[in-house]
Design a protein around this ligand. Sequence first.
Ligand SMILES: O=P(O)(O)OC[C@H]1O[C@H](O)[C@H](O)[C@@H](O)[C@@H]1O
Length: 529
Amino acid sequence: MNDVWTRIKALKAHKGQRIADLLNDEDRNARLVVETGPFLFDASKTAIDGAALDGLLDLAADVAARRDAMFEGGRINETEGRAVLHTALRARGTLMLDGEDIMTGLSETRDRMRAFADDVRSGAFKGQGGAITDVVNIGIGGSDLGPAMATRALGPYHDGPRCHFVSNVDGADWADTAKGLNPETTLVIVASKTFTTIETMTNARTAWDWMAGTVDDPGTQFAAVSSAQEKTAEWGIDASRVFGFEDWVGGRYSMWGPIGLPIMLAIGPDGFDEFLGGARDMDAHFCDAPLEGNMPVLLALVGMWHHQVLGYPTRAVLPYDDRLARLPAYLQQLEMESNGKGVSMAGEPLEGPAGPVVWGEPGTNGQHAFYQLIHQGRTPVPCEFMVAAEGHEPELDHHHKLLIANCLAQSEALLKGRSHAEARANIANRFSGAELERQAAHRVFEGNRPSTTLIYPKLTPAALGGMVALYEHRVFVEGAILGINSFDQWGVELGKELATSLGPLVEGGDAFAKDTSTRRLLERLASWR
Ligand SMILES: O=P(O)(O)OC[C@H]1O[C@H](O)[C@H](O)[C@@H](O)[C@@H]1O
């Protein structure tokens, strides 16, 4: 699709319409509101008119073929020569890859996870001091963000051992986590697809030493999750507690399989199945619904309208759901590591930007922090709101009503704004003349700012699974349209290599080969140690 940038440029002709006017067009509104499963996605508070939507849908014309290739195991991760089959982790039936039904191995692993989780949760699996009270997942990036986000999101369903997450190589992360833990009743999961990531290996070694201080055989209280099982054996972790996955599961797409073990330990295997089921339903919708009316496709096209067509550099994810506090961080990896690319699959520089900056915080907290910029800053920030119809605290339903009211108020405020005349009228009793004009100018809201809203009845395991799958497929659609590889991450390599070369210099080695700034920083840090 080498004319994609030409077509994106052509779409700019449709910009400039006021959202409030477009909202009067019921036919257009109906096309921008999609429902599936427990979700209603409303993209009508954007400046996309019917013709722009036609053009955007046209961009996505070839996505279906690529989508089918992904689900069928095509090697669409071309730079690494790999299939992209995280969807198989939540699928049913058979799926042949290189002459083998991969579903057999996947369900065997899931059965082993289930048995292990049941044993840990029931107390049949014991630490030296008895039943496991605490689980520490040691991993980073895709081996941390998904399970950390999901266990927080599903707090009301949590009836297993406490789950903790240590990711940062900063010793503070381990030290603060270990402080309240008893090694004799703690299970450590070392989660790393490659089992080479320096942060994870360093934290795992520290955890091992900590446990060895009290526990006779620390390996018995360690489990490992990896696609490099030969490396887990070197750690002395018994194969019965090693859960593998294949290289066709990308790290940031991996929580549906063994990387999700902390979720399974927290909410139980049945809850985990519901989580997978929600994602599977979204997969079915993505595969079966026509492009128009396809929720991930619409979410992707709205994203591209804002970033590639209108040039807005960022988008904010604003869950009015405190338990989704880690969702923005999770989506930062999912979206920015997948689509933060500069060249096409063929290695040609892109004519425009691929993925935007993704950021956010739960509402209402963000309102009291950065919404000032969202409402009055010069650069529009497309906002992606999400809110449940009900919370898990029926006795606190008045809180939830306030939450909903605030969520809807923000998208309404962004849409409507406040004119100079309105601002002036509000303060005309306090100011006059030039001072009235000046004060009013500070109280003007431009309005006409875009947002989308995703609503769902309740944040259940199934709803969370569906929501994450929705965003996974959104990333896929954007990447497919732009012709980039959403499944590699070469951009993280250089920093890793340089960190390796800087290690000895932090120890005091000769830094003559480094630039003058890096040398100065090294020298001053050394002088302070
Ligand atoms: O699971 P691991 O192999 O330890 O990798 C952990 C993370 O580190 C890498 O640098 C990648 O950027 C991430 O995509 C990955 O999730």
